[in-house]
Design a protein around this ligand. Sequence first.
Ligand code: ZN
Length: 282
Amino acid sequence: MQKTILFLMLALFSFGASFPSTAVFGQSAGSAKDELARSFQWPNGKRMALSLSFDDGRSSQVDTGLALLRRHDVKVTFFLQGNQIEKRIDGWRRAAAEGHEIGNHSMTHPCTGNYEFSRKNALEDYSLSMMEKQLDAANAEISRLLGAKPRTFAYPCGQKFVGRGRRAKSYVPLVAKRFLVGRGYLDEAANDPAFCDLAQALGTSFDDMNFEQMMKPVEQAAKQGRWIIFVGHEIGDRGYQVTDTKALEALCDYARDPANGIWLGTVGEIGAYVEEHRSAIK
Ligand SMILES: [Zn+2]
């Protein structure tokens, strides 16, 4: 009896050794992915996609940003914090009327309590149901004040958890249920359209940079056919959390020049294309 078991074990072992199943499966998954990457094309022969987004609904976005963007005929995504919209309601109405996308950036901007400003509104003290209320209340406020239904969300501070330690949970599924795209922040890579999770799209800061510095990730994204989502805060003279007006103007010119092969679109427009094109491939 024991000999039979030993024989069976040996037989199974040698079967496994002669058919390295993990390598075979790894290979087939890899080639399916390669196939997807090869078949993914940006529209009109573009080499890459670029979205410009601005968070928190800061006043300089209205006072400086809207006129600049109008001059360059560029549409961006403004991620608004629900309880701040009324302060500059005329500006946000103008932004929506001029074709900019209005996205959700939660109601009161909860982040980790390690930021002093968020200690009393800390994600460590949140539950998923509290986070659901944040998302839904901001959507309701945007719809009430601006008549728009956001299809994109930006994670405040780029953070995607609630709670702490063993009880910590990801709130990515809540975002995935409500929005086409959830955008992160302070990420270092651009999105691979054939692979990325739209509920966790990467967001790259372009605050406090000159034009040459902005161009580095853009050139990299063009080489790889990727989608880069820039994230800014104030618009003015370059500094901490300020996107430089001159650099932004130069970037708009560069991105709008057909010779450079860039599809410049809002987060929602490009997200919708990625979603649709990938489901067509499946
Ligand atoms: Zn923010």
